[in-house]
Design a binder for this molecule. Sequence first.
Ligand code: RNT
Ligand code: ZN
Length: 415
Amino acid sequence: MEKITKNFNQARDRYSAIRVDTDMVIKVLENISISIHCWQADDVGGFENNNSGLTGGIQVTGNYPGKARKMDELRKDIIKAMMLIPGTHRLSLHSIYGDFQGKKVDRNEVEPIHFQSWMDWGKAHNIKLDFNSTSFSHPKSGNLSLANPDKEIRDFWIDHTKRCRAISEEMGRQQANPCMMNLWIHDGSKEVPANRLRYRAILKDSLDEIFAIRYLNMKDSIEAKLFGIGLESYTVGSYDFYLGYGAKNNKIVTLDTGHFHPTESVADKISSLLLFTPEIMLHVSRPIRWDSDHVVILNDDLTDLTREIIRCNALDRIHIGLDFFDATINRIGAYVIGTRATQKALLMALLEPIEMLMKYEDNNQLFERLALQEELKSMPWQAVFDYFCLKNNVPVGMDFITEIQQYEREITSKR
Ligand code: RNT
Ligand code: ZN
């Protein structure tokens, strides 16, 4: 403990030499709530009484033992993960994670009551909730939901999504803080459709109908995607589609970092979206060759992204959510690695001497600007992160590994 504080004090001196206020940075980082996705805990399974399996062009690989099978297991696992992550965070639920009490509640029957126990749980643990409608893993999912020309199926999904907005509104109201509701649908086709416009026109109409009611305690975000497995040739809800819809209708666009061409920079989109859409929702993920949803790690894509958030001074307009699911490793470990990596990247960004960089840029001192950015990479941000963990009563450095091993020995391995 003494060593951690000593290293931190040294680091603080080095940062103050470049006019960065480390104490202030820690305060800011402490107040960043990350919206942790509930679905890493059980491989996107949920608690509906159906066995349709995971559909919608997304896939989880692996069968590492110990996944959460029931609601209380999932809740315990999430709490365990959160105890190993510094700060106070949110939980993002999907509609398939309702407390259905063993009853069959179809997607067009979900109501706030099915999430009341979640709201109570959230309140008891100081965890605010976010929400997602679920178009996949259902007999009516097919390849088209909200963009389906078949009125009956389309209306079913419109009804579902409207209900999810009402649930989100109730969550936001009870927690006295807006609930973010993310809308992602898998709609697309494996081969080139006869007409690409047709389905997009239907989706636009569906969204108009869904968003007709104005709510005060929830915010809508719409998530674009490049392609899904089995739906490779055409995605109705592409980035152009949702960017256009969001800019025109003042809706928040969700950037999932796995939903773009592999060499496309998601970080570069932040500053443009900030100018034309109200806020931004992020799904921080890690694509390897495709939208594989690997556990987030501290890589250049992540530091580029958080750097943009901070350099744009946009923390109050950007909601940072996670979206990865790996079933080949300990799932609680996956949460801790991914969330802490995101926090580390945010910390590195917060510790930048932005004014100095700007001054160099204004003076056309481009060598100096590049040199400073290079040097920042080896500044002692790790000592600050260690101290941040210590201050927030969570394990420092790799100490969380043994805690997860112990939880595995005592709890998850017995499932
Ligand atoms: C799928 C989207 C979507 C899902 C979750 C489960 O490609 O990223 O956000 O991962 O809703
Ligand atoms: Zn996503």
